[in-house]
Design a protein around this ligand. Structure first.
Ligand code: PRT
Ligand code: MG
Length: 214
């Protein structure tokens, strides 16, 4: 029997992937939220889960350190998805990539006038492509988190960030002014593993596809 390693990040990806893995008969023996272990066994001897940072999941799967993983479309677009097979949009961890500005900032007018916009974001590649397609001139400022702070202290005019409930923007007196794309998490598979471990992997992929509403 082939050993199968699945790379997941803790938090929403882990929580929302659990019911999908359960459909494939895979149940972790521990909750990573309350455990410090990074390798979590499952009810199936040959299947284990490794706990990684959300942005690192594609790397583990690309190099074959994990056979399967789950990653947000944001992560796949920003960090690349070379060598990864993406068979299923899991439709979990859903949110939107948005442009947001301080309430009262006239984004449309600034864009119309062709002014340069200072944009702070963790997603520089996605942001660069979005504004280039619109023909808007931007200076991108790379941040690693708490983007919402940047316009409040004069670091940027706007941010590009993920929004789900909108409460983080609201709490910081920001408003979403443009949607860039819908985001959800995808199943990612190592291409070599898919060939070499096909008999073990296909039943898992089929079971997951069967419970994801497409
Ligand atoms: O949080 P950590 O620094 O550990 O890592 P991470 O942010 O990379 O991981 P995690 O688990 O937070 O996110 C994993 C994936 O979930 C992301 O790659 C997205 O594809 C997806 N996802 C879905 C989200 C959100 N919804 C989301 N709301 N990721 C982040 N957020 C953040 C957003 O950046 C903003 O700061 O939540 C805040 C906004 O939420 P609302 O509900 O206030 O709008
Ligand atoms: Mg987060």
């Amino acid at each position: 029997m082939n050993r199968i390693t699945i790379a997941l990040s803790k938090g929403r990806i882990f929580d929302e992937t659990m019911p999908l893995l359960a459909a494939a008969g895979i149940v972790p023996s521990e909750d990573p939220q309350s455990s410090r272990r990074l390798i979590i066994p499952t009810n199936r001897d040959e299947v284990r889960i490794v706990i990684v940072r959300a942005t690192d999941a594609p790397t583990y799967v690309q190099y074959g350190a994990a056979d399967l993983g789950v990653a947000g479309k944001d992560v796949l677009l920003e960090h690349g998805s070379e060598g990864l097979y993406q068979p299923i949009d899991l439709r979990i961890a859903q949110c939107r990539m948005m442009v947001a500005v301080p309430a009262g900032f006239d984004y449309l007018n600034v864009v119309r006038q062709g002014a340069r916009l200072k944009v702070a974001t963790k997603y520089v590649n996605i942001a660069r492509e979005h504004f280039a397609n619109k023909g808007v001139h931007v200076d991108l400022i790379k941040l690693y988190g708490s983007m919402e702070l940047a316009p409040l202290v004069g670091l940027a005019d706007a941010i590009v960030d993920l929004v789900s409930t909108g409460s983080t923007l609201k709490a910081n007196n920001l408003v979403a002014c443009e949607q860039i794309m819908d985001i959800s998490a995808r199943l990612i598979v190592n291409q070599a593993a898919l060939k070499l471990k096909r008999e073990s992997l296909m039943p898992i992929l089929d079971a997951i596809a069967g419970v994801v509403e497409q």
